[in-house]
Design a protein around this ligand. Structure first.
Ligand SMILES: NC(=O)c1ccc[n+]([C@@H]2O[C@H](COP(=O)([O-])OP(=O)(O)OC[C@H]3O[C@@H](n4cnc5c(N)ncnc54)[C@H](O)[C@@H]3O)[C@@H](O)[C@H]2O)c1
Length: 290
């Protein structure tokens, strides 16, 4: 998945093993079509590098079924991984629906970047089976899965998800459920500070990103990274930290708020700190910041 939304909800059936059946669920048929196209493109790339065979590609695609009906899609799942928009009310509603439709034994995971797993779990009748599986973008490349234990998550469910993550070729790290967990509690304040640095006129977009790339050996500057994550997602996480800790140091920069309000969400909207009308390969600073 080159973007998280292409995976949306993945329900696996047939056990936690290679060759499991996958239900790919989204309310948008266009998102499902895009997801399958991306998965096919990624498989073709692996095929051309001789990392998989034609038969592997066909079998992978054969195991994926798409659904626009959530309850139909999770009906026989052993594990559901929710990855819908980062909005608490939406996630609570989705988890109530999944809880009603998925088998009682199913583990319900969320790919949320910041929302309380304990709160999500409390909306279900099986809080001990609710857990965070926070994949990093771009998922096929990034090794980390932040595995988040809610207040009631059982030891058994945690070890099953740690093991499944290893089977997926990832390196899981177990953390507890506090706002932003570990990854975004550290990353998002850095991105927000980079936006403040721009907002206050300390330096321009290219200069800020260059300082962090060349000075701190970050592969991508914080403003470019914010565009890739999605400025709306960054803002949502900032607000979770701000409200969760009640500490003004997490207040989102007014420039970030304004950009999201104006529909400038980064790569997905075609413009953020950079302009993406010509794709993502070339870094062109958005006109507003030139
Ligand atoms: N963007 C990232 O880099 C990133 C990284 C790690 C985790 N995440 C997390 O992954 C989740 C998704 O992030 P995103 O950036 O892809 O969000 P997005 O809003 O861009 O996409 C979300 C997708 O969810 C679908 N959706 C909305 N409501 C739905 C419903 N009721 N049922 C089924 N599908 C529904 C939408 O059609 C869309 O395809 C969020 O929880 C986010 O915090 C994102």
């Amino acid at each position: 998945m080159d973007k998280m939304h292409i995976e949306d909800l993945i329900a696996m059936s047939g056990g936690f093993k290679e060759g499991a059946d996958v239900a790919l669920i989204d309310i948008s048929q266009a998102a499902l079509d895009k997801a399958l196209a991306t998965i096919t493109k990624n498989l073709d790339r692996m095929l051309s590098k001789e990392r998989i065979t034609e038969a592997d590609k066909a079998s992978t695609l054969d195991h994926i079924t798409t659904f626009t009906d959530l309850q139909e899609g999770v009906k026989t799942a052993d594990l559901v991984v929710e990855a819908a928009t980062e909005n608490i009310d939406l996630k609570l509603k989705i988890f109530q629906q999944i809880d009603q439709a998925a088998p009682a034994k199913a583990i319900l995971a969320s790919n949320t970047s910041s929302i309380s797993l304990t709160r999500i779990a409390a909306a279900t009748s099986r809080p001990e089976k609710v857990i965070g599986m926070h994949f990093m973008n771009p998922v096929p490349i990034m090794k980390l899965v932040e595995v988040i234990r809610g207040y009631s998550t059982s030891d058994e469910v945690t070890s099953q998800i740690m093991e499944l993550s290893r089977q997926l070729g990832k390196s899981p790290v177990e953390v507890n459920d506090y706002p932003g967990f570990v990854a975004n509690r550290i990353l998002i304040p850095m991105i927000n500070e980079a936006i403040y640095t721009l907002f206050e006129g300390v330096a321009g977009v290219t200069e800020i990103d260059t300082v962090m790339k060349l000075g701190m050996a970050h592969p991508m500057g914080p403003l470019q990274l914010a565009d890739f994550i999605g400025l709306d997602v960054c803002l949502a996480i900032c607000n979770v930290l701000y409200e969760g800790f009640g500490n003004p140091k997490y207040a989102p920069c007014p420039l970030l708020v304004n950009m999201v309000t104006a529909g400038k969400k980064g790569v997905k909207s075609g413009e953020g700190f950079y302009s993406y009308t010509h794709g993502t390969k070339e870094l062109i600073v958005a006109e507003t910041f030139r």
